[in-house]
Design a protein around this ligand. Structure first.
Ligand code: G3P
Ligand code: MG
Length: 496
């Protein structure tokens, strides 16, 4: 899985012993700006991960949503929390290895004396066409698309037809037969990357690689180096446990393990025999949970909120205890994304992780009088966009054998508060489509897309390509036009 190298930031990895001594995230000052978007480029390096300064406040969002009378200001002096969460979001370091290009460039036709010539393959023909259009080729390699998924390419399991055609064009069905770089950046979550990519490839009828794919929790694999035992919340069944295992988390607890140990912790939960049989109960009054990772949408708000609240109020993550100091003994909590709503088959968008989090923040404030500190990954967080940059560069190496970041990056999204604001802040071109969350007028009032608003993804992509490669660019590959054999066959047929 791609990530950042030390050399990318001029930083050295901190020695491993620091991790054992503190087990916490270090405050991470910015290294300065390089003028890329309003976000800048600050980051620092700790352990085996890279820490990117948080672009969102680490303090709960709940206050504006609460009745003033329910806010009881704390009399205590605000004390530094045990972890400086919110100061920095770790993302994975590069584990990249050199890969050979998947594009075949042939210098000449194979020689097979005495045998009929081999029909030129599309790759060979494309190579020849590309040799004749060097300027367009370099423009095609100097642009890249970053696609949001839900509301742009699909609605849940339902294809948005223009999504398939878009990917066909970018995968080579264009006048150059060239692969135009693109990656997928979704706030979606809840299953391993391999499984989601397989599902999407099937819906879109196009090949998609995990190397060009980022889910909301993908960069959170970096957190595996910081915490020994974690509670993983959300998703169907035990799929998020599977995700955490793949990310390298060593000791993973899910809410079912806790309910199986002490059913009284969740008084409204009806626990099935199957759930009991598949859970892994331990005596959680004797061990500490080091951090909470909300990877995906909760399937049982009552149980998950109860367990999370118990842990946040416990002494260093030990259940059946209450912290003497609610701040310094509070364990960190991370959310994989902050979207309030998600478009589904239902006529109105459904609540997502953001609303779940705000509910928790309000409960925490109401019960303790303190604001909850937390970290939120996913779009529009800076760390997620930095990680995307790295994935684009790595994907460029895979498809074109050139590890570089294209100059002109286009984010295509349906959610102004997530895809568009993040892309704008990061200095990308942003395209807002009308097939998802955005249902407004000419452009979004608060977070307008800087490249424009489009009916669908195909319209956005065609407009962007024409801007970079010329108005006349054809969105179709034609064997006949470039294959001399087929051309002569066609002309003799015409003569006849
Ligand atoms: O909001 C949750 C998620 O389904 C959004 O996915 O692809 O639109 O970022 P996406
Ligand atoms: Mg979307």
């Amino acid at each position: 899985m791609p990530g950042f190298d030390d050399k990318d930031f001029g930083a050295e990895a901190a020695p491993a012993h620091l991790k054992a001594e503190t087990g916490t995230l270090a405050q991470s000052p910015s290294n300065g700006e390089d003028g890329v978007g309003a976000y800048g480029r600050g980051q620092s390096s700790t352990f085996g991960a890279v820490e990117v300064p948080a672009s969102r406040s680490s303090i709960a969002d709940a206050s504006p949503y609460m009745h003033q009378l329910s806010l009881s200001p704390s009399m205590k002096d605000r004390r530094g929390s045990r972890n400086s969460f919110g100061a920095a979001l770790p993302i994975p370091r590069s584990k990249r290895q050199s890969r050979l290009s998947s594009v075949t460039h042939a210098d000449g036709r194979p020689q097979r004396p005495g045998m009929p010539p081999i029909q030129p393959t599309r790759e060979i023909l494309a190579g020849q066409v590309q040799d004749m259009s060097k300027q367009k080729v370099s423009a095609a390699k100097d642009m890249a698309f970053v696609f949001d998924i839900d509301g742009v390419l699909v609605h849940g399991d339902r294809l948005i037809p223009e999504g398939q055609r878009t990917l066909e064009i970018l995968n080579g069905d264009n006048e150059l037969g060239i692969k135009i770089p693109h990656i997928f950046l979704t706030n979606g979550s809840g299953k391993p990357e391999e499984a989601r990519v397989a599902q999407l490839s099937k819906i879109l009828h196009q090949p998609i690689s995990t190397e060009q794919f980022i889910q909301s929790h993908t960069p959170m694999s970096a957190l595996a180096e910081y915490y020994e035992r974690v509670l993983v919340v959300g998703g169907e069944g035990y799929r998020c446990r599977e995700v955490a295992e793949k990310y390298g988390f060593k000791d993973i607890v899910v809410p079912n393990d806790i309910v199986a140990w002490d059913p009284t912790i969740a008084p409204y939960r009806v626990f099935t025999d199957e759930e009991r049989a598949t859970s892994n109960p331990r005596d959680f009054s004797k061990i500490n949970i080091d951090a909470i990772m909300v990877f995906s949408d909760s399937r049982d708000y009552a149980t998950d909120m109860q367990i999370i609240m118990d842990l946040l109020q416990s002494e260093n993550g030990r259940l059946h205890t209450r912290a003497k100091d609610p701040i310094s003994q509070r364990i960190p909590i991370y959310f994989s994304q902050g979207d309030l709503l998600c478009p589904t088959e239902h006529p109105y968008p459904r609540m997502s992780q953001g609303t779940f989090r705000i509910g928790l923040e309000a409960m925490y404030k109401a019960l303790t009088g303190e604001d909850l500190e937390r970290v939120v990954y996913g779009k529009p967080e800076l760390a997620t966009y930095k990680y995307a940059d790295e994935v684009i560069a790595s994907w460029m190496e895979t498809i074109h054998n050139e590890e570089k970041l294209p100059k002109n990056i286009y984010m295509v999204g349906d959610n102004p508060a997530s895809d568009i604001i993040g892309g704008n802040m990061y200095g990308w071109n942003t395209c807002l489509v009308r097939t998802g969350v955005f249902q407004g007028g000419d452009n979004d009032e608060n977070n307008p897309a800087n490249f424009g608003v489009f009916t669908n993804v195909l319209e956005a992509v065609k407009t962007a390509i024409q801007k970079e490669l010329g108005k006349e660019f054809r969105f179709e590959w034609s064997d006949e036009k470039v294959n001399p054999l087929l051309q002569s066959e066609a002309s003799s047929a015409a003569i006849e």
